[in-house]
Design a protein around this ligand. Structure first.
Ligand SMILES: *Cc1c(COP(=O)(O)O)cnc(C)c1O
Length: 360
């Protein structure tokens, strides 16, 4: 078996122990004689899987009782439209912070449903930083304030939680949920596609405060209606059963590692290893402001773009894959989610150092 270190931004690396357990249980889950994939979502075995996944996620993020956890489909991008449909209520506008490609997509979609006020932006410096709270021009009449708490492509992460007064704060936390401790009570809604830091594609997690339920526009499809799904334990229709099962295994794995605080410590060490290396090197360069660098997604450039192909070819041969930057920005990007061991980051830094010596 030849496992590589996979730096993909998503779908991304999963803990090996989780994959091994899934393999072990593939043909016969818990003596049922069936795979989880083949089970009715109404069966006792699956309802237990679902309930344990939710309970473990609640425990990991210390989610208060007045928040619902929904297991939905349609991806984080689906939520770009599902959120305004559900929580605008009788308001006609929402505030958005524009920090890069994902927030731009969220803004574009929200414009179909309401007036969008872009209340802060980092466009002036090519989306390389998180606009400070003092630069946010919030509207107290907005239905909610939306921001992308970790920009997966640009590698910009908010390491602070914005203050929005009585206006609910909404975060697209797709690429850093569970990577750091989080005060959920500061948010109205947190959402994340699972395929970055949780599990397989096809599952979208929504954590929503009770008072935001019940405001959905009449045209909202039932499967995308938060209140309807909350009342049906996210099972108004067939949920993505296998993705929920794997996510549940990941949650159990996270608990075994010591929970989110322990993971955060490991993530800080991993990020420091690579950023320290980038900073002392004249050959590599990080485009992101130091204070706002993502612990999960690390974009970097080589001294010359003409070396990119050689870098990627050599890294692949060294068992380090998916390092090519997003097609829109070029360069490199190393995504180092929870499931990436520090040995993988060390192997990457060693390779970068060798490459620099040969080419620099
Ligand atoms: C990947 C990503 C998305 C899109 O997720 P899908 O599940 O593909 O819809 C949205 N926002 C952020 C921050 C992401 O990283």
């Amino acid at each position: 078996m030849a496992r590589v270190f996979n730096f993909s931004a998503g779908p991304a690396v999963l803990p090996e122990a989780v994959l091994a357990q899934a393999a072990e249980e593939m043909l016969d889950y818990g003596g049922t004689g069936t795979s989880v994939m083949e089970m009715s979502h109404r069966s006792k075995a699956f309802i237990d899987i679902h309930a344990r996944a939710e309970a473990d996620l609640r425990e990991l993020l210390v989610i208060p009782k007045n928040y619902k956890v929904l297991f939905m489909q349609g991806g984080a991008a689906g939520q770009f439209g599902i959120i305004p449909m559900n929580i605008l209520g009788d308001k006609t506008s929402a505030d958005y912070v524009n920090t890069g490609q994902w927030s731009a997509k969220a803004i574009k979609e929200a414009k179909k449903y309401c007036k969008v006020n872009v209340v802060a932006s980092s466009e002036d410096q090519n989306f390389s930083y998180a606009p400070p709270q003092s630069a946010w021009k919030l509207d107290t009449n907005a239905a909610y304030v939306h921001y992308t708490s970790n920009e997966t492509i640009g590698g910009v992460e908010f390491n602070w939680i914005p203050e929005t007064g009585n206006v609910p704060l909404v975060a697209d936390a797709s690429s850093h949920i569970l990577s750091r401790t989080l005060d959920v009570a500061r948010f109205g809604l947190i959402y994340a596609g699972a395929q970055k830091n949780i599990g397989p594609a096809g599952l979208t997690i929504v954590i929503v405060r009770d008072d935001l339920l019940g405001k959905a526009a009449a045209i909202t499809p039932e499967v995308f209606n938060y209140k309807v799904q909350a009342e049906a334990d996210s099972m108004i229709n067939t949920p993505p059963t296998y993705a929920i099962y794997i996510a549940g295994l990941v949650f159990a794995w996270l608990k075994k590692q010591g929970g989110v605080a322990a993971l955060e410590k490991a993530n800080i060490a991993k990020a420091q290893l690579i950023y320290d290396y980038l900073d002392q090197s004249e050959f590599y360069q990080s485009p992101v402001a130091k204070s706002d660098r993502s612990r999960m997604n690390v974009p970097f450039r080589l001294k010359s773009d003409t070396l990119d192909d050689a870098f990627l070819k050599g890294s692949k041969a060294a068992g380090l894959v998916e390092l090519k930057g997003h097609r829109s920005v070029g360069g490199m990007r190393a995504s180092i989610y929870n499931a990436m061991p520090i040995a993988g980051v060390q192997a990457l830094v060693d390779y970068m150092s060798d490459f620099e010596k040969k080419q620099g």
